[in-house]
Design a protein around this ligand. Structure first.
Ligand code: HEM
Ligand code: CU
Length: 622
């Protein structure tokens, strides 16, 4: 069966000839390679030629990279979907209705959502492998896996960068939100389908760039890329800036698309008061993304210019602080971009699993919105070691204050859990575990916001453990909760409860054992960013590594389970959890128009009192 690639079906395209194109991903790779070769060669060998110039320089790599990304995007399908129609030559090509359509440009939000789910999962596994290499190194107090400290630090940098910008920022927003937000608000497409298709393909480009960075040389800064260190390494950091630019642009495009979708594409009757909690969470993080991503992109462009022009704004005496301020202005909102979708999902999953009305819904919404607003006021708590005492007070104060709206999100879920007869399914278990982990991550955050404690623990494993409790412990655990919760909807099949629970307990025990010990290692003087450490920290590091390997295997177990059940699980019911949100009332298989006609929403989605209407929409559903 063939469908219109642009998803813009209609009489105007019907008369055009369908055509079969070369496998788009292969064509994309080819065009990327050609783009890089032409432009890199032009710059390094023709325009900027000096005797003994190497074939790839910082400048030529940057220009060649830009050409490669454009070639890649056009090759995977932007040529047919965006460029030709723009010049008045719309083309229709045959889109195979099987797995192959996930390997080409798509404008269907469900396909794009699944592409993001695959890509972010792939990058999680790759960056997770980097983490395993780091833990191998740290199993022993001396350098023994990596041949030099720079190689170890480059691996730390790649791990952190991909985990933050591809997994943390994108896995829930690009994956599950792209797929489910239009369905949850009763729309058949997102607001900007072409933009959405484009956004996904930037992500693998960014991930590949960061993983290829060692080809240009080592970089020792980690994901924070502090100046002036960033200017002193060999050139690998150039690919850090470029890769992060591609990944954050991907997030930015998703955020723009989902914001407009939520504001303008809600089904009739779906008022702000009835908007699903997940949609509120995604709206809040999308606004954060739209505000802060351009800021960090400008910061990185200036840093990159320092390496290729040079243009040394952040390098001269005193100015490295300007870099730190600029980085953390974005960096703190970034951590909320990661965790707010998880808060929202707790509020989505718990009422359904308890079949109990969401407690104090308005406070939940207020919590999400105020966390968003406050997160721009606290950045300098990452810099207590670099400031005067008088400057510490306001940042410490506002950081402690942010715990209040954060607490709203938490208490809304606790209130809903209170007295609920909870269905103890795998998603429930993951949500409860995520909440437990967030409690530890949040409390240690409050401790770190106290300058007295911070000056002792800054850049130790205490901080490392704090933020892994929030990012892995809270966001990644909720990501798995979402995968199990929506698997019946994504695949039409059910996972195994026994294996799901085993997977949950496995990662929970391994995670807490590994990262719990890191708090103690940090207190005892184990620093971040070093491959060697004093002998007295040998035993605890060995133990942490063992549990870290167990954790890696546990994640693998969950992914294999989900992938297996995706194809081989028992057929699922249409609405196995008896959820009220609209996605459960649309057809289960992707690729088919989901609401025909559009639903008319008549009540909220979280009211489980006996008097509540059992049906939330009126027109016939398909
Ligand atoms: C909400 C989820 C949270 C996430 C995802 C998160 C993430 C992070 C990350 C990634 C870092 C380390 C950055 C780096 O140096 O590489 C960090 C540090 C820090 N976090 Fe959090 N955090 C969260 C919540 C909190 C909360 C609730 C507080 C305080 C109330 C807090 C206070 C701090 C402080 C003070 C630091 C700086 C520690 C230092 O470097 O000395 N965090 N957090
Ligand atoms: Cu922060």
């Amino acid at each position: 069966m063939s469908a219109n690639a642009a998803g813009l079906s209609g009489a105007d395209t019907a008369k055009r000839q369908g055509r079969r194109m070369a496998p788009p991903v292969i064509r994309g790779l080819l065009w990327a390679a050609i783009g890089f070769l032409i432009f890199n060669t032009l710059v390094s060998q023709v325009l900027d030629r000096e005797l003994y110039d190497p074939f790839v320089t910082r400048v030529s790599a940057t220009v060649g990279w830009a050409a490669a990304v454009i070639g890649w995007l056009l090759g995977v399908g932007a040529w047919e979907v965006i460029v030709l129609p723009f010049f008045g030559h719309p083309v229709e090509w045959d889109v195979p209705n099987d797995w192959r359509r996930y390997f080409m440009f798509s404008t269907d939000h469900k396909v794009v959502g699944l592409q993001y789910i695959f890509t972010t999962t792939g990058s999680f596994l790759l960056a997770g492998f980097a983490a395993m290499m780091m833990r191998m190194e740290l199993m022993n107090a001396k350098l023994w896996v990596f041949t030099n400290p720079g190689a170890y630090l480059t691996t730390v940098g790649i791990h952190g960068t991909v985990m933050m910008f591809s997994v943390g920022t994108v896995a829930l927003v690009g994956g599950f939100a792209n797929y489910f937000i239009p369905l949850m608000i009763g729309a058949n497409s997102s607001a900007f389908p072409r933009l959405s298709g484009l956004s996904h393909w930037l992500l693998p480009a960014g991930i590949a760039t960061v993983f290829l960075s060692p080809l240009l040389g080592q970089w020792t800064t980690g994901w924070r890329a502090y100046a002036p260190l960033s200017g002193q390494d060999p050139s690998g950091i150039v690919f850090y800036y470029l890769g992060v630019f591609a990944m954050t642009t991907s997030s930015l495009l998703v955020a723009i698309n989902l914001t407009v979708t939520i504001i303008f594409k809600r089904a009739p009757g779906l008022t702000w008061n009835r908007l699903p909690m997940f949609a509120w969470g995604i709206l809040a993080v999308s606004l954060l993304t739209i505000i802060w991503v351009p800021e960090i992109q400008m910061t990185f462009i200036i840093s990159l210019l320092n390496l290729i022009v040079p243009f040394s704004l952040f390098e001269q005496t005193g100015s490295p602080l300007t870099y730190m301020e600029s980085f953390w202005l974005f960096g703190h909102p970034e951590v909320y971009i990661i965790v707010v979708p998880a808060f929202a999902l707790w509020q989505e999953i718990v009422p359904v699993m308890g079949q109990k009305t969401l407690f104090a819904r308005q406070w939940g919404v207020l919590g999400l919105v105020f966390v968003m607003l406050f997160s721009g006021l606290v950045w300098a708590h990452h810099m207590f070691t670099n400031m005067r005492n008088s400057e510490m007070l306001p940042f410490s104060f506002f950081t402690e204050m942010i715990s209040i709206p954060t607490g709203f999100s938490y208490l809304v879920v606790i209130g809903t859990l209170w007295g609920a007869r909870l269905k103890f399914s795998t998603p429930t278990l993951f949500v409860l575990m995520s909440m437990f982990n967030f409690l530890i991550g949040g409390i240690t955050g409050v401790l770190l916001a106290d300058p007295v404690i911070n000056l002792q623990t800054h850049d130790t494993f205490f901080v490392l453990s704090h933020f892994h409790y929030t990012v892995i412990g809270s966001m990644i655990f909720t990501w798995l909760a979402a995968a199990y919760y929506w698997l019946p909807k994504l695949s039409g099949r059910m996972y195994s409860e026994a294996l799901g629970k085993l997977g949950a307990i496995w990662v929970f025990v391994a995670f807490n054992s590994a990262f719990g010990q890191m708090f103690f290692a940090g207190f005892h003087g184990m620093n971040r960013w070093v491959a060697v450490y004093p002998q007295y920290l040998q035993n605890i590091n060995f133990s942490i590594s063992m549990f870290a390997f167990l954790l890696g295997l546990g994640f693998l177990f969950n992914f294999v389970h989900i992938a297996w059940m995706w194809n081989k699980g028992k057929p699922a019911e249409q609405n196995p959890w008896n959820g009220k949100t609209l996605e459960w009332h649309a057809t289960p298989k992707p690729g088919i128009a989901t609401f025909k006609p559009l639903p008319q929403v008549e009540t909220g989605f979280y009211d489980y009192r006996e008097s509540a209407p059992s049906v939330t929409t009126s027109p016939k559903r398909t």
